[in-house]
Every structure is written in C-alpha cells, then in structure tokens.
Design a protein around this ligand. Structure first.
Ligand code: SAM
Length: 283
C-alpha cells in the first residue's frame, strides 16, 4: 500500500465516503519521500510515538514500521474505517478518536508507553491550531524527548527564529524556554492534496532538562513576554504599561535596573533580560 500515491488514497477515501474538511486542516501528504524521512529522523524500535492527526495514515504507517508503539490521536471520526483499513497490518498502532487539545497526554504516556525507552511526538499538524498544540505539549511538561512536526513555513520561521530578531514572537521565547529548535527541511505546497496556499517546513524541538534561564514565577515571566510582543514596534514602556496596566514610572526604574534605555522595544530583549525584568516588574 502506498498512501503517498494520491490515486490510491483517493480510492480508499471515496470507498469510505470521505470528503476533505478545510476547517480541520485536512491536507494529506502525497509525496512519498517525506513521511519516511520524518519517521527515520525521530524513531527507532525502542521508541514510543504520539502522532497528532493521522488523516488517512500515511505518516502513521512509516512510524509503525520503525517504532515500538504508535498512538495516533485523530479528531475526525469519519476516518475510523479508513484508518482501520490502512493500518490493518500493524499490531503496534492504536488510534484514539479525540481532540488532542482535550486529552490528558501525561496520563496517556503512563498508560500506553510503559515498555518504551523514550517517547517522541511526530506529526503533520493541522495548521489552524499549530501554536496551541505546540504550547500545550510544552506546557504540559510531558516526559518526552522531542517533537518533530510539519508546520506552515512562516510558523517554522517564527518558532526557530533567534530571540530578539524580526521573526521572533512570544511563542519563540516560550519554545526556547522548554527546548532547542532546529529546522529539518522545507516541503513545497505541491506535496499535499488538497494543495494548501502556503509552503511547509519540518522542524524539531528537542526538549531540554531545564530552562536556559531561571525565574521564580513562570506565569509572571510569560505574562511579561506576551505583553512585550502584544504591540509590536511600540516601546517596552508603552506596550507593557498598556497591556498590563503597570505604572510607567515603575517600568522606567525596572529598565534602568537591567541596564536598558527607556526607548527599548520589548520584542528586541533577550531571554535573560526578560527574566530579570519579570522578577522586578511585578513587585
Ligand atoms: N497525517 C496526515 C498526513 O500527513 O497526510 C494528515 C495531516 S492533516 C495536515 C491534519 C490532521 O489532523 C487531519 O487528519 C485532521 O482531521 C486532524 N485534526 C485536526 N484537528 C485536530 C485535533 N484538534 N485533534 C486531533 N486531530 C486533529
């Protein structure tokens, strides 16, 4: 079975009365080199894999060939019969029909991957919820080693950007707090059916044991980070005082304490300075 061959997958989908839903980010891979490359890069026969959004199972099959166990989470129950057929030959795959945003993944890992040396996430993500999924995976502090995902190219550029650079956003800081990032390869829009309006990239987040900076209150740190990026091109003073209703005179003193000018823009600050500021801004 070659699910990257669109004629083959089309027949299977038609036989099961399936039609694509744009609202669920359903663009299936139809390039036979991509899924083997993704699976090969993050899986071996000791590894357990969580896949998000198996679709017709094109990546799932490549993961199942290489991993000890695969648990795939798919929201669209209309794919039940399709996946039953395309994954029939594998006894190391379980498909859970649910919303990945609602599942307790810590519980799932405890229940499903006891006999695996480590657990990785590998997925071609639905693009309408890329950031919430990635942030959900990171903030849940799951016992996983890495997250290998295909995302929209612009999202990949943002996630892998250098903090303080033009491409960076609040999500860049968050991702760098929990992991180191690398871009693996680009994927043109022509590698999918239906073809999306944007190109994609495969990126890897390697989860780190501890963050590169230390903060006494993570919630406050991320509150400040979000405020810094809330109004781009405005000064730190304006965007933070507007967003968090904090007195400007107090913020001026905080900036001076960390050696920054009053004119500095929030999105240009590095992680260490943001950490120091989060310790004094909320006092
Ligand atoms: N893995 C397949 C591939 O590479 O061809 C399909 C990838 S497609 C970009 C995204 C998949 O995620 C779709 O199958 C869609 O139904 C599923 N999906 C969308 N939202 C989801 C959610 N909240 N939880 C789980 N799966 C979701």
């Amino acid at each position: 079975m070659n699910l990257a061959d669109y004629n083959e997958v089309k027949k299977i989908l038609e036989n099961n009365g399936f039609s694509f839903k744009k609202s669920l980010g359903q663009n299936f891979i139809t390039d036979s080199s991509i899924c083997p490359m993704m699976a090969e890069s993050c899986v071996d026969d000791t590894v357990g894999v969580i896949e998000i959004g198996p679709g017709a199972g094109v990546l799932t099959r490549e993961l199942a060939k290489r991993a000890k166990k695969v648990v795939s989470i798919e929201l669209d129950e209309r794919l039940k019969n399709v996946l039953r057929y395309t994954l029939a030959e594998f006894d190391n795959v379980k498909v859970i029909f649910d919303d990945v945003m609602k599942i307790d993944l810590n519980r799932l890992i405890k229940d499903e991957f006891n006999d695996c040396k480590k657990v990785n996430v590998c997925a071609n993500l639905p693009y309408y919820i890329t950031s919430p999924i990635i942030m959900g995976l990171l903030e849940a502090k799951l016992p996983i080693d890495s997250i290998t995902v295909m995302v929209q190219k612009e999202a990949a550029d943002r996630l892998c950007a250098k903090i303080g650079s033009r491409d960076a956003g609040a999500v860049t800081v968050a991702v760098n707090y929990y992991s180191t990032t690398e871009k693996l390869f680009d994927v043109p829009r022509t590698s999918f059916y239906p073809s999306p309006k944007v190109d994609s990239s495969v990126i890897r987040l390697n989860i780190t044991d501890k963050p590169p900076i230390s903060v006494s209150d993570e919630r406050k740190f991320f509150l400040l980070v979000k405020a810094c990026f809330a109004q781009r091109r405005k000064t730190f003073l304006n965007t933070v005082s507007n967003t968090l209703s904090i007195d400007k005179e107090h913020l001026k003193k905080c900036l001076s304490e960390v050696g920054q000018p009053e004119t500095v823009r929030g999105e240009t600050l590095d992680m260490e300075t943001l950490a120091k500021l989060s310790e004094i801004v909320f006092k």
